[in-house]
Write a protein that binds this ligand. Structure first.
Ligand code: 5RP
Length: 225
């Protein structure tokens, strides 16, 4: 069993009968979804799920997990998702893909949000290994980019896969992939980007994580806020 699978299975132990469970997106979250389906089949676990992306929704459906649409929920019991970066203060960088709006809504709606990762995701500061994805309203992208540049950001619109247009998220936003001064702390950066007009959502998950489960060479560490 690899480290991503180990932490996903550990997080699945926190799922109890009757819960409404948020499904993250990515390879680590996929292991969690598979384990929920196994527990439903082998142990008779009774849960309802809500997905953070079409791909997770499709996976849950194909594994016969009961699923409700995001627009029909106002809370969830537990959300489990991976991350691209995790700081010692448990701030996350997420949203390498196209679904960070739904991911952040679920993280905020959850009574408990557990982030799961292997140790490659541990960083000392947000933005250490990845650019910060910032979803912007398409018609506002130039004004938003200018404001973020004036605040010290550097970067540009993410191209689409064919490199003949711009990437469009599941929410219909463009994505500015930006770097900022590494000395800015996560709280300041979070507020700076959130307060910029035209920004729909961004990949810094500040103050949302209840626990981080990290596995390194087969050993799981649970950290609770
Ligand atoms: C997608 C995410 C993923 O959770 C993150 O990229 C981690 O992916 P993986 O588990 O495949 O390493 O934030 O928006």
């Amino acid at each position: 069993m690899n480290d991503k699978q180990l932490v996903a299975l550990q997080a699945a132990k926190y799922v109890k009968n009757g819960m409404l469970v948020g499904l993250g997106t990515g390879s680590t979250a996929n292991y969690f979804i598979e384990e929920l389906a196994r527990r439903q089949r082998d142990e008779g676990l009774k849960i309802t799920t809500v997905a953070s992306s079409t791909i997770s929704a499709n996976m849950a459906q194909s594994l016969l997990l009961p699923i409700v649409a995001l627009e029909h929920i106002s809370y969830i019991d537990l959300y489990v998702d991976g991350a691209d970066e995790i700081t010692p203060e448990m701030t996350l960088l997420k949203g390498r893909g196209s679904d960070l709006v739904k991911e952040k809504l679920l993280a905020k709606a959850a009574t408990q949000f557990i982030a799961v990762a292997d140790e490659s995701k541990l960083v000392s500061t947000i933005g250490q290994n990845f650019v910060i994805p910032i979803e912007v309203i398409p018609f506002a992208w130039q004004l938003t980019k200018k404001n973020l540049q004036d605040a010290g950001g550097q970067g540009d619109l993410r191209p689409n896969a064919a490199k003949d247009g711009f990437w469009v998220t599941s929410h219909g936003s463009y994505v500015l992939d930006m770097n900022f001064d590494k000395s800015l702390d996560a709280k300041t950066l979070n507020a700076l980007i959130s307060d910029t007009p035209g920004v729909v959502e961004h990949g810094i998950f500040y103050g949302l994580t209840d626990a981080v489960f990290v596995a390194a060479n087969g050993v799981i560490t649970e950290r609770w806020a």
